[in-house]
Design a protein around this ligand. Structure first.
Ligand SMILES: *Cc1c(COP(=O)(O)O)cnc(C)c1O
Length: 764
């Protein structure tokens, strides 16, 4: 399958190239050269990810099929519960908001970054990509999550100070990834969008970025990699309707889509072109009803004021994806002409047969009363965007229509509450609680967590400061992030280890302060590891400066020294311009640490078994079951590694030896399967814990507390003093229980809820 530009159909490029480029040089958007057929009647029982694989394979023909499936499965693992859920009410609602950021944008934006990374890697592109995105609320956060700490891709999001909802704003400004910056820009969405477009057309800035091997790209729905994943759910909901016996296979069905940039509904048009039995596609607008006017009159007139509504993600006057539809209905020449008129006069005329579409728009009052009516009559809670669509369905008197439900009502709690006639609070989180009380609808877990998140991004600028922000962002130093590790794991003495989602992160840059560098070389582990790596490769050392931001408690058996060693080595690799071969890094790190059990998981992530034989390191990574999470109980005192080693005997009985190897084998397998009963037994150890636990005061009381809680089991992390507790993922009680009980003891303890980090060390 080739992709063409809407403004030059002679330009034919592969899917990978189209995804990397985002937009064509001629200003056009990429479209597939043809629509492959897909017969849903033969694919009615596929699960979402398999269906996505089948459909996307028809377009992404230059992706390795096996890799594509892996990418799809990993991307959609971020969804809570079901990926696409269908609610059968008076109408059929396709709930598209169970992804990480609670809006339908997640469907494409969890996948696009991984498609882009794969495309760049397989095409051998090493340049950095800077994603520059203007958002009316939902795209921004979905893109920030999708590109979370993606190597070699940075993301800068601009949102308008006026217009985004309180939750959308908090979602964006609390993003803690190392590759992101979120900026508020004075004005509305059109101002933010215009500022971004200006940068894209600024040759001077592009040249300055190019000197640093940085290229601009966009996460807005002009990228074909955002459009294609959205085709899948049209087929999916159709199959679900057939399975639920709401329709018989082959029966035509209509879809009503709340529309802004025309991306979502265009995916429906593509599904129809591929053979999905579609009756009508219904374009639902809010009071920014440019599209409705266009489909009714043939005139696209953007000469009007953008109105601020309670459905802000549709507050758009220039719907980029309409260009694709016009191309499919006409030719590249005509598109060029119309888009020129739009750019110059903000208006154009285009008439064609649009009989597959219907359209309508809802006023603010209609949107609110639809929320209220749907809740009262159907006991179903919808957000303002979905309400716009529902209102059009009612006004057109349509039955058996699928309404695309694009956002969780909790993202717009105050608007929804006031539509229901309730009082609203200044504190949006109180509105969320109130909405829960009234509706009983589950609050998405990411929105729940948002309450306690710190605001990280506070920059607010006006339009003409954006260039400077982009250049400053591009200039910032690189950073290395390395996860905490927990070694030994019961019987896995000196062999097992796992990485946890708590990180030491260090900035580094070349420095000309030689004296300071020399001082640091004497007593700082990061600098020592850095220098050692230069020695290993017999290269001349380059002075650098590190700035460590440490989150991992020191000398508590959580691998903080291993992180320093890894940071130093990786920085050296980067400065020497060596490719980051993780096995090479492990060799040097093991050399410095003396043993591989902490550095292995720190470098590779996940759980590892590793050993040193004849001075060579051997390592295998394995995946701990998703059913398990961790709780680190960190005492306020250290146990010296040396003392902890001395506490151990020189020899063990055969009985103890057999005890440990049998428990170790069961432990590895049960950590993989997640069998709690087996894990509890298998974590017992006779080599080090009986001797080392003695060094911890109050250990008997602590063990008793853990025993009484619903926790699975515990082990001594590294050589202590942290005690690592394993919990069932759904266990909500243990942490509180243990915390309360610990308060009755004399010692001071910190409790850190943690999960496995599967990625390991990385540079951004
Ligand atoms: C983006 C968005 C829309 C509009 O989708 P388009 O693809 O831009 O037409 C509708 N509802 C919500 C909640 C959105 O975030």
């Amino acid at each position: 399958m080739k992709f063409l530009s809407t403004r030059n159909s002679n330009l034919k490029i592969s899917a990978r190239e189209a995804i990397v480029r985002g937009i064509s040089h001629d200003g056009g958007l990429f479209v597939p050269e043809s629509f492959p057929k897909f017969d849903i009647s033969e694919n009615l029982n596929l699960k979402y990810t398999d269906l996505a694989h089948k459909i996307l394979s028809l377009y992404l023909t230059d992706f390795d099929s096996h890799e594509l499936l892996k990418i799809i499965e990993e991307s959609y693992a971020s969804f809570e519960d079901e990926i696409a859920k269908v609610a059968y009410k008076k109408d059929f609602y396709l709930e598209l908001y169970h992804g990480r950021t609670s809006a339908f944008k997640d469907f494409a934006l969890c996948l696009l970054p991984n498609l882009l990374s794969y495309a760049k890697k397989s095409l051998g592109i090493k340049d950095k990509t800077l994603i520059l995105t203007a958002t009316s609320g939902d795209t921004g956060k979905a893109a920030l999550e999708g590109f979370y700490n993606t190597e070699n891709i940075d993301i800068l999001v601009l949102y308008p100070t006026e217009g985004v909802s309180a939750i959308q704003k908090k979602q964006m400004t609390s993003t803690d990834s190392l590759n992101s910056k979120v900026i508020a820009i004075d004005g509305n969405f059109d101002d933010a969008q215009a500022a971004v477009k200006k940068i894209f057309n600024d040759e001077d800035i592009k040249e300055k970025l190019k000197e640093k091997n940085i290229y601009l790209s966009s996460a807005n729905s002009i990228n074909i990699g955002r459009l294609l994943p959205q085709i899948v759910y049209y087929f999916y909901v159709y199959a679900d309707l057939v399975r639920e016996e709401k329709i018989s296979c082959g029966h035509k069905i209509s879809f009503c889509v709340p529309t802004g940039n025309f991306g979502d509904i265009l995916a429906g048009y593509y599904a129809k072109k591929m053979g999905l039995p579609v009756e009508k596609l219904i374009i639902a607008s809010n009071s920014n009803n440019v599209l409705t006017d266009f489909f009714k009159t043939g005139t696209y007139d953007a000469n009007r004021e953008l109105k601020k509504t309670i459905s802000p993600s549709m507050d758009i006057l220039v719907s980029s994806n309409l260009e694709r539809l016009i191309y499919h209905k006409s030719s590249d020449e005509l598109v060029k002409e119309k888009m020129k008129e739009l750019a110059e006069k903000h208006i154009f005329e285009f008439k064609d047969d649009f009989s597959e579409f219907l359209c309508g728009y809802a006023s603010e009052e209609e949107t609110k009363s639809t929320i209220e009516k749907t809740f009262r009559e159907d006991n179903y809670l919808i957000d303002p965007h979905t309400a716009v669509a529902k209102n059009i369905v009612d006004k057109l008197g349509l039955k058996n229509t699928v309404i695309l439900s694009t956002a969780s009502p909790y993202k717009f709690s105050s608007s929804v509450l006031s539509a229901l006639g309730e009082n609203i609070s200044q504190d949006e989180f109180e509105n969320i609680d109130e909405l829960y009380k009234i509706s009983g609808v589950k609050i998405p877990s990411e929105i729940k967590k948002l309450r306690d998140k710190k605001i990280i991004h506070k920059t607010k600028i006006n339009k003409d400061e954006i260039e400077n922000e982009v250049l400053e962002f591009a200039k910032r130093p690189k950073r290395i992030s390395v996860p905490a590790t927990s070694a030994n794991l019961g019987p896995g003495f000196d062999s097992l280890g796992l990485a946890l989602n708590l990180y030491n992160t260090s900035e580094f840059k070349i420095s000309d302060d030689i004296e300071n560098f020399k001082d640091n070389l004497k007593n700082n582990l990061i600098y020592k590891a850095y220098a050692h790596t230069f020695e290993v490769y017999k290269e001349k050392i380059v002075p650098v400066e590190f700035k460590l931001e440490s989150k991992i408690p020191m000398s508590r058996g959580l691998g903080s020294s291993a992180t320093c060693v890894v940071i130093g080595i990786m920085a050296a690799f980067d400065v020497m311009n060596r490719s980051l071969d993780k096995k090479e890094i492990l060799k040097i790190a093991t050399d410095l640490e003396g043993h591989p059990d902490n550095v292995s998981p720190a470098i590779f992530g996940g759980a590892t078994a590793s050993l040193l034989d004849d001075d060579k390191v051997f390592v295998e990574k394995f995946k701990i079951s998703d059913k398990i999470k961790f709780l680190a109980l960190v005492p306020d005192f250290k146990l010296s590694t040396e003392l902890a080693r001395k506490a151990l005997p020189d020899s063990y009985s055969k009985k103890d030896f057999v005890f440990n190897i049998s428990h170790l084998s069961l432990l590895i397998l049960s950590l993989i399967s997640g069998d709690k009963e087996n894990i509890k037994i298998a974590l017992k150890d006779k080599i080090h814990e009986p001797y080392r636990f003695k060094e911890i005061p109050e250990i008997d009381e602590i063990e008793k507390i853990i025993d009484e809680s619903p926790a699975i089991a515990q082990y001594l992390s590294g050589s202590g003093s942290t005690i690592m507790i394993l919990l069932d993922k759904r266990d909500k009680d243990s942490e509180k229980f243990i915390k309360n009980k610990l308060e009755e003891l004399n010692g001071k303890y910190l409790l850190l809820p943690l999960e496995v980090d599967s990625r390991g060390a990385f540079i951004i």
